[in-house]
Design a binder for this molecule. Structure first.
Ligand code: UDP
Ligand code: MN
Length: 209
């Protein structure tokens, strides 16, 4: 099983993560964004699939550590794993908006076949927000999603810059209503590979988007 981390400039989180997951047996891929564009989580996750072949992928924020062991990562077509994160008081974060069971952020798991059928994440969500919501809306057109109430300890960081959030909310609405354009998604994902280094513990892939 490959575990893909979208990454930029979170050194201390990364070292804590690698420490926590050293015994997991997952093939860890760090996909680092090495340009000055806004961070693009979805596109980095797509790149993780191009850079390492596997039957199953875990897409994993660097600041989430599974509290109750690695059983939560058992295979599925499509599953959301981080239903209970400490940053949300170990509760579903969307409950307070009255939409329980729609949170698809933090940690997800896909079979390769399911990820390809859904054509991956969108490449067009720059900056913080909504790439996870958009992905869930695309996935639901093809699959029943398993929501697992996995408990994760979230590492502290200052809140992200949310200046692109409104734009991203609108893009999610548009794609959900009208479908994603052919120019977006896994098959349309283009990037520049800067370097790829494999150690005993992980593969570190540096890219420009
Ligand atoms: N991330 C990163 N560098 C950044 C922004 C995000 O490495 O500058 C990665 C990291 O894996 C992080 C994930 O993207 O855990 C989600 O971003 P963030 O933690 O800021 O979002 P939130 O905590 O609000 O869900
Ligand atoms: Mn975070």
């Amino acid at each position: 099983m490959n575990l893909v981390i979208p990454y930029r400039n979170r050194r201390s989180h990364l070292s804590q993560f690698l420490n926590h997951y050293r015994e997991s047996g997952f093939d860890i891929f760090i996909i680092e964004q090495c340009d000055d564009k806004p961070f693009n989580r979805g596109k980095l996750l797509n790149i993780g699939v191009f850079e390492g072949d596997s039957d199953y992928y875990i897409f994993h924020d660097v600041d989430m550590l599974a509290v109750d062991g690695f059983e939560i990562y058992s295979p599925a077509e499509v599953a959301h794993l981080a239903g209970r994160a400490s940053q949300f008081g170990y509760k579903d974060p969307y409950i307070k908006m009255g939409i329980q069971g729609k949170y698809f952020g933090g940690v997800t798991l896909f079979s390769k076949a399911a990820f390809e059928k859904c054509d991956g994440y969108s490449n067009e969500f720059w900056g913080w927000g909504s790439e996870d919501d958009e992905m869930l809306n695309q996935v639901r057109k093809h699959y029943e999603v398993e929501f697992r109430p996995g408990r994760f300890r979230s590492l502290n960081h200052s809140p992200a810059d949310r200046s692109f959030h409104n734009k991203n909310i609108l893009l999610n609405l548009k794609n959900t209503e009208f479908g994603r354009p052919e120019t977006d998604g896994l098959k349309a994902c283009k990037y520049e590979l800067i370097s790829k280094e494999k150690t005993n513990d992980f593969t570190w892939v540096k890219v420009k988007l």
